[in-house]
Design a protein around this ligand. Structure first.
Ligand SMILES: C[S@@+](CC[C@H](N)C(=O)[O-])C[C@H]1O[C@@H](n2cnc3c(N)ncnc32)[C@H](O)[C@@H]1O
Length: 209
């Protein structure tokens, strides 16, 4: 999809963030393996959007190889949206402000962040009911239990990808607070099938907060 804009030798090509074709840019962070936009939020699959993919794992063949804690290869104010689908739970709690600071930095003023991450409150209800290893739901990777949601997908971690372990987690209240502390506005955080879905915007200078 990105054609000649793809990175070469591990570095993003200089026109990766160009918007001369009139399309808006969505940066999918922690994108995982190429999947023909299957995990991309439906709004960003429309033709007016162009996806740039970022992951810490070069094996995912992303456009940008970087950690969400330091997205230096992505210029400031460069993208119209950041999409993070089951990714922020892979960093330590003390790194979350760094991550949200990076999301805010790379967004243009008025740009949108969309985040999906496990909802520890609904998973905790399942654990309290004694359902730790039973199937909670079936995802693209297979059956997922509460144990996988809290600590990371066991099959991935057992295969040697220890960075797939989960290191932190959120509830509606804590995710809202962290995003607000980072400076995002117009926040909405809801729950859908054991996941939190959060949406917010980078403020426009002089605009509503
Ligand atoms: C559970 S997978 C989700 C992949 C895809 N977003 C999806 O929903 O199918 C988590 C992804 O986050 C990536 N990841 C883990 N830690 C990361 C970090 N610190 N920075 C960037 N990506 C990271 C992993 O390499 C992996 O591709």
């Amino acid at each position: 999809m990105l054609g000649t804009r793809r990175r070469r030798g591990g570095q993003p090509s200089s026109d990766l963030f160009a918007t001369d074709d009139g399309r808006r840019l969505v940066l999918q962070v922690g994108c995982g393996p190429p999947d023909d936009q299957a995990t991309l939020f439906r709004d960003f699959r429309r033709p007016e959007w162009r996806e740039v993919r970022l992951d810490i794992d070069p094996g995912c063949d992303p456009d940008v190889v970087a950690s969400i804690t330091d997205m230096t290869p992505v210029p400031t104010d460069a993208v119209d949206a950041v999409f993070s689908h089951h990714n922020i739970e892979h960093v330590f709690a003390h790194e979350v402000p760094l991550v949200f600071g990076e999301f805010l930095r790379v967004l243009r003023p008025g740009g949108e962040v969309v985040i999906a991450t496990p909802d520890l409150q609904s998973v905790a209800r399942a654990i309290a009911a004694g359902r730790l290893e039973e199937r909670l739901y079936t995802g693209p990777a297979g059956d997922i239990a509460a144990l996988d949601v809290v600590y990371g997908f066991r099959a991935e971690i057992a295969s040697g990808r220890e960075y797939m372990a989960h290191r932190t987690g959120f509830t509606v209240r804590t995710l809202t607070r962290r995003l607000s502390q980072a400076g995002f506005v117009a926040l909405r955080v809801g729950v859908h099938e054991f996941a939190l879905w959060a949406n917010g915007r980078k403020p426009i200078p002089g605009g509503p907060r």
